[in-house]
Design a binder for this molecule. Structure first.
Ligand SMILES: Nc1ncnc2c1ncn2[C@@H]1O[C@H](COP(=O)(O)OP(=O)(O)OP(=O)(O)O)[C@@H](O)[C@H]1O
Length: 591
């Protein structure tokens, strides 16, 4: 086994920014799931309007909650339903075309994203009978190597708790990530193993798989606790016998699943892992969002994972996200699909001239909120819907995110509670107290943070544009170019704060609202607080919920970036939420 530095380049600033293609893969129900559902195997995810997935440029993926009337639709690049062999179809339709580029100096990345238990590992690794994208890609690369004389080598590492470990080494070894003087990144000490045949690959790779950190959680018996990255590097031999020259590489990443700790009831080390997993997935989504929106700064440095992937995401690299879904989990699927939809190209609605006029402080706050809310599938819909979005406030129960009530007593399956952390004998899942972040000494600061963007919202919303007619609102969904321009003139913050979470409005809903529209906009109110108070309670509670979720998921840097939050408060929030998700703000704020 050869051990050497793998040099990762930084994408050139001039290089065209590539788009991330996003496809959905729904796994089949498992036999035990069908039994638990009394034989009901109806998926909550399907294609809208029987579209032709094979010939369309994009598809509308529809999610329907069987227990409520909630419906959401998102536009994505392709959809692979539950049928057997859908991994093979994903490979031939989506991954195969990335491979020739690797032999011409282009890197590519394929990653499986989704909730825990949604089938990411199955998609990437597969089984002996149904090989996943990793062995399928290896096999194709090997056959090209055979005909071209190129050399294939693999590295396999995991990113666990924001640290990087070589999985091809017998003894666990941490890989250091170094910046060189040119700002390039090196994974120092990462093994690269030459592979000539598939049996060599299976032998080497299966040893690595066994070293990867997995654990039993409340939602998956064998849950990956790290992001597993298989790198297939292709080099061309040099005639003078010197070291082969690296041409390109394919990163195949089995991301750890994003977890809702209210459901997993993780605690101790599992909870810490989970916090890191969620943080790094959020950082990844921010990078993809920045790339797809051609933002001037791509936040690669926010996590180890994104830092390592700098040369394979963006620049001339190509990337594919496979959003994996469990057909019986509406809420989780909604979260995954909304993030996936956000990761596709979204055209920027703010012109550069407007951007220059916007005060920096406001842009920062708006960008933060926008990035986060879009990760929840909000802004894309709002951009398409423009003012129509805000008109829906209070009108569709299905469109307003309902905060899941925490029921620690009924739904938790705490099986892993003390195995890893003997000191942690208390069953936190059952005994979590409703700690309120906003106890008395914190009220002033937090209220300021909470009210600031809200005041902006009220001020902007009380303007003339609020008198827009229903027709205009509907037009801004995309029917009228002139109204699209009007939409572009509006502040993104206002759109961000819309409680609509899908990026398509079904015709039926449009019709319903064009008939029953009644704006609830405050008029002629005094101070910003008065304006805020004049908003309907639906808007306020929706805002409050958004902020609670923001505080629960934002990175340390993002919290620090919020006005009124210093480093002490940031640490306090992080500490609190790692123990138990923040659930409420001060009652007074909720009015
Ligand atoms: N196409 C499929 N056919 C049969 N079983 C499948 C299929 N896809 C996934 N599964 C099964 O679903 C379960 C969960 O899948 P998997 O472990 O791949 O999820 P995961 O998303 O990687 O979870 P985690 O993030 O917790 O590691 C496994 O038992 C797996 O075998």
């Amino acid at each position: 086994m050869e051990t050497q530095s793998v040099k990762l380049g930084t994408p050139s600033k001039q290089a065209t920014v590539s788009k991330v293609r996003v496809v959905v893969r729904v796994r089949p129900f498992l036999p035990q799931e069908i039994t638990a559902r009394n034989g009901n195997s109806k998926s909550c995810i399907f294609l809208l309007d029987h579209q032709d997935n094979d010939s369309s440029d994009e598809v509308s993926v529809h999610l329907k909650d069987p227990n409520t009337s909630r419906n959401e639709s998102y536009r994505l690049d392709s959809f692979f339903d539950q049928e057997d062999g859908n991994v093979r179809r994903i490979f031939y339709r989506e991954v195969n075309s990335l491979i020739p580029g690797i032999f011409h100096g282009f890197n590519a990345t394929v990653f499986a994203y989704g909730a825990t238990g949604s089938g990411k590992t199955y998609t990437m690794q597969g089984t002996e009978e149904h090989p996943g994208l990793m062995p399928l890609a290896m096999s194709t690369i090997l056959s090209i190597c055979q005909s071209t004389g190129c050399i294939a080598e693999i590295s396999y590492y995991e990113v666990y708790m924001d640290r990087c470990y070589d999985l091809l080494e017998v003894k666990t070894r941490e890989i250091s990530i170094l910046d060189d003087k040119d700002g390039q990144i090196h994974l120092r000490g990462l093994s690269r193993v030459p592979i000539n045949t598939m049996s060599e690959f299976h032998q080497v790779f299966s040893c690595g798989i066994q070293r990867r950190k997995v654990a039993h959680t409340g939602l998956n018996d064998v849950s990956s606790r790290s992001h597993g990255v298989l790198v297939i590097a292709v080099s061309t031999p040099c005639d003078d016998g010197s070291r082969p020259v690296l041409m390109g590489k394919l990163n195949l990443i089995d991301l750890a699943g994003n977890e809702d700790n209210r459901r997993t009831c993780n605690e101790g080390i599992r909870l810490q892992e989970s916090a890191k997993i969620n943080q790094s997935l959020f950082a990844l989504s921010n990078v993809i969002y920045a790339l797809n929106n051609k933002l001037p700064r791509v936040p690669y440095r926010e996590s180890k994972l994104t830092r390592i992937l700098q040369d394979s995401l963006g620049g001339t690299s190509r990337a594919l996200m496979v959003a994996c879904l469990n057909p019986g989990e509406y809420q989780e699927s909604l979260h995954t699909v909304s993030l996936a939809a956000r990761s596709r190209h979204i055209s920027n609605v703010v012109s550069s001239a407007q951007k220059l006029e916007t005060p920096k402080e406001k842009v920062d706050m708006e960008a933060k909120l926008q990035a986060w809310l879009e990760s929840r599938g909000k802004t894309k819909s709002a951009q398409r819907m423009g003012p129509f979005a805000s008109r829906l406030v209070g009108k569709t129960p299905s469109s307003i995110r309902s905060m899941k009530k925490l029921d620690y007593n009924s739904s938790c399956k705490v099986k892993n509670s003390t195995k890893d952390d003997p000191s942690n004998t208390k069953d936190r899942g059952l005994s979590v107290t409703s700690r309120n972040l906003f106890n008395n000494e914190d009220v002033v600061d937090i209220e300021q943070i909470m009210l600031k963007p809200t005041m902006n919202l009220a001020e902007e919303s009380s303007g003339k544009e609020e008198t827009t007619t229903v027709e205009n609102s509907v037009d801004t969904i995309g029917l009228s170019p002139s109204n699209e321009r009007k939409t572009a003139m509006r502040s993104p913050l206002r759109k961000v704060l819309s409680p609509i979470s899908s990026n398509i409005i079904p015709e039926a809903i449009k019709a319903q609202f064009s008939l029953s529209y009644e704006p609830k906009t405050p008029q002629n109110v005094g101070t910003p607080l008065d304006k805020f108070n004049a908003w309907s309670s639906n808007v306020k509670s929706s805002l409050v919920q958004e902020y609670i979720e923001f505080l629960n998921t934002a990175s340390r840097e993002e919290l620090l970036g919020l006005k009124g939050i210093g480093s002490k408060m940031t640490e306090y929030i992080i500490e609190l939420r790692e123990t138990s998700p923040l659930k409420s703000v001060r009652k007074a704020f909720l009015c």
